[in-house]
Design a protein around this ligand. Structure first.
Ligand SMILES: N[C@@H](CCC(=O)N[C@@H](CS)C(=O)NCC(=O)O)C(=O)O
Length: 76
């Protein structure tokens, strides 16, 4: 919530890729991500995706990855 993750959800919708959202709630006081997110990737930041066993972090890198893999030239 209130994060760059929404960009990735928007992109997945545009690409018509099936996906599952796993929600992690920020700490109400610090606004930091919960420690559980570090079990997905050591950075512990959102967004992070898992695709066919591959973990990708950084919204820009995730965007590039998804368009390259699923874009079918849609955004060329
Ligand atoms: N450069 C990273 C930034 C990731 C980032 O800072 N995400 C924020 C949410 S927008 C976050 O996880 N904040 C919680 C925290 O830092 O613990 C990206 O673009 O994905």
């Amino acid at each position: 919530n209130k994060s760059r993750s929404k960009r990735i959800i928007w992109l997945l919708e545009e690409l018509e890729v099936n996906y599952e959202i796993v929600a992690y709630q920020r700490n109400k006081d610090t606004f930091l991500a919960p420690d559980e997110l570090k079990q997905v990737h050591q950075l512990g930041k959102s967004p992070v995706i898992e695709d066919d066993g591959l973990i990708v972090t950084e919204s820009g890198a995730i965007t590039d990855y998804l368009i390259t893999k699923y874009g079918n030239g849609k955004f060329a």
